[in-house]
Design a protein around this ligand. Structure first.
Ligand SMILES: [Zn+2]
Length: 102
């Protein structure tokens, strides 16, 4: 279970823990901390959801920065598929109508 971040007493950096009771090393200053039970609490499902949403938005922003025309390309592909589908369905309808005339 993910747990809420703790502050490093040495440098004030955020320490992300994988589980409660685990010895944690600060990613900023390298200080080894033993985290006593109860000093870290487990994240609520809402907090986990909020973090996932935040992460997803972050990825989407990165995608927009890397590919500014992504939405336009997606729209163009969708429009193209609709036009092709309309032509195919129209062609089938014309073929059926023609076949029944004879
Ligand atoms: Zn630190």
């Amino acid at each position: 279970m993910p747990v809420a971040p703790l502050k490093c007493p040495q440098c004030g950096g955020t320490i992300e823990l994988q589980s409660i009771g685990e010895a944690a090393k600060c990613a900023y200053c390298g200080t080894q901390h033993s985290v006593p039970e109860g000093s870290a609490r487990q994240l609520t499902p809402e907090e986990i959801q909020a973090r996932l949403t935040e992460a997803r938005l972050h990825v989407e922003n990165m995608m927009d920065v890397m590919m500014p025309n992504r939405r336009k390309i997606t729209f163009a592909i969708t429009a193209f598929i609709f036009i092709v589908a309309a032509l195919v369905i129209g062609g089938i309808l014309v073929a059926i109508t023609t076949a029944f005339r004879h």
